[in-house]
Write a protein that binds this ligand. Structure first.
Ligand code: G3I
Length: 343
């Protein structure tokens, strides 16, 4: 009887349809994390969105849920509702969380942006903000975009609310405060437009090299990769940037990739998009210090692009209906072909 039962159990297991591995499983085997920016409202209201996110990604970045205006809407009030929901979802689905973003010049609440503060008052506000957020998620948020987009197009430090209010050392202070709050967290600088060769890439390199040289606890750099088929960095230039950042001892991350297309998207443009995703992922996999690859959004339906770039869209791996696009298939093939342990 026991043998019969065993044979039946084995037959049952063999007959079960294997659940196709998601990108997250293939990425893990290839040695990187595969991520997406998450719209928490969609997560809470769209079951198909949540299911796709859990199946395909093992790294999540809150698209807006941890931004200053959302978590700190009044000087004496924090609101972690959305952030808590995302962190809980990530923990329930064995996903890593990249906190985004502690110091940025956009999406600041009116009480802050329109307030009159001395340099010391503004330092105290930013320190309290950073340490409240990072302490709350200590051990639960593995990495933070401590600062974003602090370098201008000409490669010089961007003139922002923070640089004017605190002074040029606001970045070093922000990283230090985050590190004090969670010494285990991986701390990143995150920017766009520095993926190819040029003044901005050199400016980002100078900035993070200087921070490292000062002993500031900065551990990685996010290369956002918001691109289009007509405006994308040359592969060799992105390789050089990834390599020279790694030579500083920094990890690198493709942190916010999307490839915007004129909509409705043509088959030709969808194929060009697939090539860009493929080549960028290959570059990341070829760089031992490139730790993660994230798209800025999960499906085209919730992408930021159409609102900000009228007439453009279709920027992600999954369409409006959540179905895989050619870019998904190209990414899947790269990950499948990547040999385990050869990074
Ligand atoms: O939540 C409010 C809502 O209550 C209000 O009714 C509505 C009216 O305008 O605004 C809503 O907030 C919007 C928010 O997205 C959530 O949808 C903001 O106006 C809008 O500006 C914000 O846009 C975000 C943008 O950053 C600015 O924060 C985009 O979704 C987000 O994709 C984009 O992401 C940035 C990264 O953080 C940094 N790197 C570049 C990337 C693209 O710009």
């Amino acid at each position: 009887m026991r043998l019969r039962a065993l044979v039946m159990a084995v037959a049952l297991v063999i007959s079960m349809p294997a659940v196709a591995a998601g990108l997250r499983d293939l990425a893990q085997a290839a040695g990187i994390r595969f991520g997406a920016a998450v719209d928490v409202e969609a997560l809470n209201t769209d079951a198909a969105y949540a299911q796709l996110l859990a199946r395909e990604f093992n790294l999540v970045t809150p698209e807006n849920a941890m931004k200053f205006s959302v978590v700190h809407p009044e000087r004496e009030r924090y609101d972690f509702t959305q952030a808590d929901a995302l962190v809980a979802f990530a923990e329930a689905h064995a996903m890593q969380v990249n906190g985004h973003v502690l110091v940025w010049h956009q999406q600041l609440p009116d009480w802050l942006a329109q307030g009159q503060f001395s340099q010391d008052e503004l330092k105290a506000i930013l320190r309290e903000h950073i340490q409240t957020l990072v302490t709350r998620y200590r051990g639960r948020v593995a990495s933070w975009d401590v600062a974003a987009e602090a370098v201008a197009e000409d490669g010089q430090p961007r003139d922002t609310f923070w640089s004017r209010g605190i002074g040029p050392d606001y970045l070093a202070l922000a990283f230090q405060w985050a590190h004090e709050a969670d010494p285990q967290a991986h701390l990143r600088y995150n920017d766009y437009g520095g993926e190819g060769a040029g003044a901005k890439a050199d400016g980002i390199y100078r900035l993070v090299a200087e921070l490292r040289g000062q002993g500031v606890p900065i551990h990685g750099v996010g290369m956002q990769m918001h691109v289009s088929p007509d405006d994308a960095p040359r592969t060799q230039d992105l390789r050089v940037n990834l390599q020279r950042l790694a030579a500083l001892g920094l990890a690198t991350h493709i942190s916010e990739m999307d490839v915007m297309l004129p909509v409705p998207a043509s088959r030709t443009n969808l194929n060009k998009q697939a090539v860009l995703y493929r080549d960028t992922l290959k570059l990341c996999l070829a760089q031992p210090q490139c730790r993660s690859f994230s798209t800025w959004g999960t499906t085209d339906r919730y992408s930021w692009i159409p609102e900000f770039f009228p007439g453009k869209g279709a920027a992600l791996l999954f369409g409006e209906d959540g179905r895989a696009k050619p870019a998904y298939e190209s990414v899947r093939k790269v990950l499948r072909d990547a040999k385990t342990g050869t990074r």
